[in-house]
Design a protein around this ligand. Structure first.
Ligand code: PMP
Length: 373
């Protein structure tokens, strides 16, 4: 079996799973209970939160635990829109975003907000001149991913943040779900940041939203104070400790992991670009963990199914998208509907070996000969 779909999900690290089990076994109380067992659980929660905050260079009070990046994105986007609607109803995003961002934008549009999509340049970066044109005094939110989940393009979030800083009513949300644990990240001048540990060998069903301390959001889930008034529910202690463990492991030796993945990506790019019907959609701004290609004239799902018969697992788009539809990010980048209908996303990680890549390339060659005659 060759698994090259790490952008969709990573296997949970045994140490992370052990942390989850140990915390769940050792701490039975609700961290908000006022008895000794509750206080002990709260101390453990605070330790995990402080450590996570330190790892991503924010304050512990800025961490909000959620059920995943989908909830974090919804909370950030709807939370800002509802809190600051008095300042305006204009919001901006891109066609590179995950469906949990575009879905939240669509919901707000149906609720009377005005949505604009900023253009993507041919290199995959947000067109800063276009963003400048779109920004207005009543723009209250810009949401742009650090790295998109399909083409893997890393945006220049610092430049975008500097531009947005000229608009005091406008908040900047960054979905960093595909960035954390893969590349060094800097969250300066970003108001809200989303991520989710199942992308870096953590558990599914939990996520994080960082809300900088001067930023207010309306909650989606109302109730008691939990760890914060912005998201109610019994504090998720074992999710917090296991996320801390996953993040600690993921950030360890990031440089060497990156170098290894870059070698795998170089091999994939060189080998795949020799096929006349293959078009590499990932650009020079894409991180090496994600390689997006199109096999012209072959629907992505068809190619994916053929590879699956050989026990090779890749995806066509983000796992949250409907099948048999065009890839919105690839269309935004290439303006070519046929290319956008025939995408394949190959996503690797530091545990992927060169043998995995060679095995994939052999399988790819077989399928190409069958399907792309
Ligand atoms: N944003 C991005 C960029 C993603 O890749 C994903 C996962 N596919 C999500 C958000 C949603 O994450 P979750 O599964 O944790 O809700």
């Amino acid at each position: 079996m060759i698994y090259l779909d790490y952008a969709a999900n990573t296997p949970v690290d045994e140490a992370v799973l052990n942390t989850f089990v140990e915390t769940s076994t050792n701490y039975i109380a609700n961290p908000n209970s006022s008895h000794r067992l509750g206080r002990q659980a709260k101390e453990e929660l605070d330790l995990a939160t402080e450590h996570i905050a330190k790892l991503v260079n924010v304050k512990p009070s800025e961490i909000i635990y959620t059920s995943g990046a989908t909830e974090s994105n919804n909370l950030a986007i709807k939370g800002i829109a509802n809190e600051y609607r008095k300042n305006g109803k204009h919001i901006i995003t891109t066609f590179l975003e995950h469906s949990s961002v575009t879905g939240a934008f669509t919901a707000l549009q149906n609720d009377g907000y005005e949505v604009d999509f900023v253009d993507i340049s041919r290199d995959g970066h947000v067109d800063l001149d276009h963003l400048k044109e779109l920004l207005r005094t009543d723009t209250i939110l810009v949401s742009i991913c650090y790295v998109d989940s399909e083409i893997g393009i890393m945006q220049d979030v610092e430049k975008i943040a500097n531009l947005i800083a000229n608009y005091p009513n406008c908040y900047f949300h960054v979905d960093a779900t595909q960035a954390i644990g893969k590349i060094p990240v800097c969250f300066d001048n970003i108001d809200l940041i989303t991520f989710s540990p199942h992308k870096f060998y953590g558990l599914n069903g939990c996520g994080i939203l960082i809300r900088k301390e001067n930023v207010l959001i309306q909650p989606l889930i109302h109730g008691g104070i939990s760890t914060t008034t912005f998201r109610s529910g019994t504090p998720m202690l074992a999710f917090a400790t296991s996320t801390d463990k996953a993040l600690t492991l993921a950030l360890d030796d990031l440089d060497n992991k990156y170098k290894h993945v870059k070698q795998l990506n170089d091999k994939l790019r060189t080998s795949l670009s020799k096929y006349p019907k293959v078009s590499i959609n990932s650009t020079n701004n894409s991180i090496p963990y994600i390689l997006n290609i199109s096999v012209k004239g072959v629907r992505g799902e068809l190619f994916q199914d053929e590879l699956e018969k050989l026990d090779i697992f890749i995806s066509t788009k983000s796992a949250c998208c409907h099948t048999n539809t065009a890839s919105k990010p690839v269309y935004a980048l290439t303006k070519d509907r046929k290319l956008a209908m025939s995408t394949l996303r190959i996503s690797v990680n530091h545990m992927t070996t060169m043998e995995d890549i060679e095995g994939f390339l052999l399988g790819f060659d077989d399928c190409y000969k069958n399907l792309a005659k």
